[in-house]
Design a binder for this molecule. Structure first.
Ligand SMILES: O=P(O)(O)OC[C@H]1O[C@H](O)[C@H](O)[C@@H](O)[C@@H]1O
Length: 539
């Protein structure tokens, strides 16, 4: 503990010192900077040299990781210990992408036989749906899948589908998440129940939104195909097998997973069966292989060359050392445009905690806000604030080195924007430079005095670049696993349990209380604002 406190203090001191200098100058003062802060892992190239740390800052961050015993925590996670202590569960999403012959135990019990058995059933199902061996009730093959789920049962598979989907897919995969009937109506309007397979995805099989949409989908099927027919169009993915049977899904159409897989870490499981069907099993297996490659790296690389550790430490340096309370993630890739939404759950649900597993307050600030969308689009939206706003927001910019998709010549334009933004964030543009340009254009001194400051860029805004060699199932898997392990390392250093989510409960309980009040009009005991709104909104 004393070591850890001292390591935190060293980090904070080092960050303060680094913050007095300009990032761009670190390159001048540290000849080995680029070499020390770039690495190639599992088809990803990472460049953390434009981050806010100097050599001493990086060293202090690595010391902090050692003092927090990241390596010990990592061994406990891979060893299947109950590191999700508030729920007494192991954390083994890594087993879902491990080879069948790996030796993995959850709380001492071997898991790989079960994992492999479900994988084989998923594979057989995916192939049978694709080949038409499994058909709908009227004998037609399935041309579409309606994937119903929310949170971890939605965000990961949606992103995975965007990443892997063929340009002209054999199977049209659609998603419904929200308990806003508009989403169901808009998504199903042009779907034919006779040719649609409905997959209900819920770890708990109790989530209000998913159960409401599942009921709606079932009714939509029953109307077209009758009770018996509807069942042939249903599949369920859950850890609650008793509940799937009660919903009417035949056993052979139920695909399980385990309580040692958190919802936001579940896209490696049967939760992504819809994608495995629609993109094909081979693509899904490639995704698993990519995740496993990152696991191997995370487990074995020394901390100073460990990609998830370095990305986590850059975040901690910014967040705790320099008090930067937001981070923006911008993939220069249309297929990865939903990455920030996925990371919002992964990082903010995992690490948005203020107390540790011992119930004591966290000593330092934990998860920050993460936001973002696809580049270049965001350059024409919020990047003004990133370049010239009063707060510095660290960025992660993600690119794909090679792509043959779409019209010729576009990819280079996309990449030029990615590189230009990262350079502009760091280097900025000096007032002298702006003044010289305005003078050369014949602008008057009076105008220059007001214009030049407005056209100056302070720069010195840190960013990390992640460049995928190509966007393949493997590199995409490696990217997601990178972020999972980054999130884990941060949780270890902040001293919190990254694997529970008590903070989502209160709102659910209160919604269940308000629902009958809206329906019947009899208002319960509420604060004046809520009571007035119930009066206004009730039926
Ligand atoms: O998969 P489900 O059990 O339906 O849960 C869906 C989601 O809802 C919950 O409220 C949790 O916050 C998420 O972690 C979870 O992914």
């Amino acid at each position: 503990m004393a070591d850890l406190d001292a390591a935190w203090t060293r980090l904070e001191t080092a960050a303060k010192a680094a913050g007095q200098q300009r990032i761009v100058d670190f390159f001048r003062d540290e000849p080995g900077r680029l070499e020390a802060l770039t690495l190639d892992v599992a088809g990803l190239h990472l460049d953390l040299s434009k981050q806010a740390w100097d050599e001493a800052g990086l060293e202090a961050a690595l010391d902090l990781a050692h003092a927090a015993d990241v390596e010990g925590a990592r061994a406990k996670m891979f060893g299947g210990e109950a590191i999700n202590s508030s729920e007494g569960r192991a954390v083994l999403h890594t087993a879902l992408r491990a080879p069948a012959d790996a030796e993995v135990k959850a709380l001492g019990q071997p898991v790989m036989a079960e994992v492999e058995a479900v994988r084989q059933r998923m594979k057989a199902f995916a192939e049978a749906v694709r080949s038409g061996a499994i058909k709908g009730a009227t004998g037609k093959p399935f041309k579409a899948i309606l994937h119903i789920g929310i949170g971890g049962s939605d965000l990961g598979p949606r992103l995975l589908w965007d990443a892997l989907r063929p340009v002209k897919p054999q199977i049209d995969l659609r998603f419904v998440a929200n308990v806003d009937g508009a989403e169901f109506a808009l998504t199903t309007a042009d779907m034919d129940p006779e040719e649609t397979l409905v997959m209900v995805v819920s770890k708990t099989f109790t989530t209000q939104e998913t159960m409401a949409n599942a009921g709606a989908a079932r009714a939509w099927l029953v109307e077209a195909l009758g009770e018996q027919g509807a069942n042939q169009h249903l599949a369920a993915i859950s850890t609650a097998l008793d509940k799937t049977a009660a919903f009417g899904v035949p056993d052979e159409r139920v695909f399980g997973f385990w309580d040692w897989v958190g919802g936001r870490y579940s896209l490696w499981s049967s939760v992504s069966l819809s994608v495995a069907v629609a993109a094909g099993w081979e693509a899904f297996e490639g995704f698993l292989r990519g995740g496993a490659a990152m696991d191997e790296h995370f487990k074995t690389a020394p901390l100073e060359k460990n990609a998830p550790v370095l990305v986590a430490l850059a975040q901690i340096f910014n967040r705790n050392g320099l008090d930067r309370r937001a981070r923006s993630v911008v993939p220069y890739s249309h297929r990865l445009r939903r990455l920030a939404s996925f990371l919002q759950q992964l990082e903010m649900e995992s690490n948005g905690k203020s107390v540790g597993p011992d119930g004591k307050p966290a000593q330092r600030g934990t998860a920050t806000v993460v936001f973002g969308d696809e580049g270049t689009n965001v350059q024409h939206a919020y990047f003004q604030c990133m370049h010239q706003g009063t707060d510095v927001t660290p960025m992660e910019l993600i690119g794909v080195a090679k792509s043959d998709e779409g019209p010729a010549g576009m990819h280079e334009k996309l990449l030029s924007n990615l590189l230009a933004q990262a350079e502009a964030f760091m280097v900025g543009r000096s007032t002298e430079d702006v003044v010289a340009e305005l003078k050369a254009k014949g602008v008057s001194d009076a105008e220059i005095a007001t214009l030049a400051p407005q056209r100056t860029f302070a720069g010195d805004r840190p960013s990390t670049l992640v460049v995928l060699d190509r966007l393949t199932p493997e590199t995409f898997g490696a990217l997601i696993a990178l972020y999972e392990h980054k999130t884990f390392v941060e949780g270890v250093i902040w001293g919190i349990n990254s694997f529970d989510q008590w903070g989502v409960e209160l709102g659910k309980v209160m919604a269940n209380r308000i629902l009958p009040e809206l329906e019947s009009g009899a208002a319960g005991d509420h604060d004046p604002s809520t009571a007035a709104l119930i009066q206004r909104l009730k039926k």
